[in-house]
Design a protein around this ligand. Sequence first.
Ligand SMILES: Cc1cc2nc3c(=O)[nH]c(=O)nc-3n(C[C@H](O)[C@H](O)[C@H](O)COP(=O)(O)OP(=O)(O)OC[C@H]3O[C@@H](n4cnc5c(N)ncnc54)[C@H](O)[C@@H]3O)c2cc1C
Length: 379
Amino acid sequence: MNFEASRSKAIEKLNNFIEKNLSEYSKLRNFDFGPKNRSNISCLSPYVTHGIINENEIIKKSLSKFPFSKIEKFIQEVLWRIYWKGWLELRPNVWTDYLIELNKIREEFKNNQNYLNAIKGKTNVECFNAWVNELRENNYLHNHARMWFASIWIFTLELPWQLGAELFMKHLYDGDAASNTLGWRWVAGVQTQGKHYLASEWNIKKFSNNRFSKIKLNENAPPKVSEKTYSIIKQDFNNPQNIEGKNLLIFENNLSFEITDFQNNKFKKVHLISNKNENRSINFDEKVVKFKSLLIRDQEQRLKNNSIDCEITDISEIKNIENSCALYPNVGENLDYLNLNNIKTDFLFRKLDQYSWQFCNKGFFNFKNYIPKIISTLS
Ligand SMILES: Cc1cc2nc3c(=O)[nH]c(=O)nc-3n(C[C@H](O)[C@H](O)[C@H](O)COP(=O)(O)OP(=O)(O)OC[C@H]3O[C@@H](n4cnc5c(N)ncnc54)[C@H](O)[C@@H]3O)c2cc1C
C-alpha cells in the first residue's frame, strides 16, 4: 500500500479508480482481499481527510462517467463522512467527553497485560494480530477490517472502545475525529443505543476471501451501555462578510485551497497551520506526522506556484496573527487548541457542509433521503 503525499497522486488515484473499478464497487466493496489487493475500494480517505481532494470533486467526476443509479452506493459512502462530521458538529460534547474518558482509562490500563498484548498484536486471535500489524505498517485498514477489529477489541478482548479509537487515531493516515470516534461508538452500541456490530467467524472468513478461518470470538456479547445522551446544540454555520484582505488560516483538513469555495477571494497571506504532537491529546505515530507535514508542504508549493503569499506556521504562533479568518477546522484537536487558548478567528464553512449538516439531526437512514438534494446543490 502506498499513499504518496501529493494532490497530483490523489487525483491520479481517483481517476484510476473511476476508470477501472468504480463500476464494480457496490458488488465488491465489502471484501478485504488484503493489503496487496485494494483495487475494489478507492483508498482515497487519507486524501479526503486532509482536503487534498474533496467530496464535491469525487462525486462530480464519478457522475460524469456513470449515472447516479449505477454508483449510488459509492456516493452514499462518500457522504457518510459529511454525515458523521455534521452529527458531531451538532453534538460537540461527544468529542470532549471522549477525550476526558480516554485520559482516565489510559491511566487505568497502562499496565494492563490484555491491553498491552492487543496493541502489540500478540493476542490469541490470529486475524486481529494481522490487522494490528497492518495498521502499524500501512497506516490504513479496509472498512470491514476496521469493523471486525473494533468488534473483537470490544467484545472478545473486552477492552474499552476509547483505547481502540486512540490506537486507530495514532496510526491511520485518515484518522478523523468524527469518522473514527463515531465509528467506534457505533460498533460498541452506544452510537445507536442498543445496536452493536458483532463480528462473526463466517463473515470474516467469507469477506477476507478465506484468508482467515478457525476464529474463536465472542459472538453473543450484548451491546455496551452508556447512560450519557447528547441533545443537539443549535448552531449556525454562517460565513462572515468582508474577508478580503485578511490573513487566512488553513488547518490540516483543508489542504487544497484551490478547490475551496474561497479560492477567488484575495487574502493578505495564507498560513498553513502545522500542529505537531506537543499540542495534541492523542499523539500520532511518526509516519502520520510525516505524511501530514509532506501534505502541508505540497499545498505550500502549489500556492507558491500560483503566486499566493503563504507560509507554514506552527499552531503555537496563531496567537500572533492579527486580522485573520480560518477555513473551519471541524470538531477535533485543532478547534480544541483554538478554544483552549481563547483564540478568536472568523470561521469559513464549506457550502456543502452548511447545506448537508442540517440533515444530520437523525440517523444516516434519514440523511440518505436527502442525498439527491445534496448532490443537486454541488457547484
Ligand atoms: C471503527 C471505525 C473507524 C473508522 N475511522 C475512520 C477514520 O478515522 N477516518 C476515516 O476517514 N474513516 C474512518 N472510518 C470509515 C471507513 O472505514 C474509511 O473511511 C474507509 O475504509 C476508507 O477507505 P476508502 O477510501 O477505500 O473507502 P471507499 O469504500 O472507497 O469509500 C470512499 C470514501 O467514502 C468515505 N467513507 C467510506 N466509508 C465511510 C464510513 N464508514 N464513514 C465515513 N466515511 C466513509 C471515505 O471518505 C472514503 O474515502 C472508520 C470506520 C470504522 C468502522
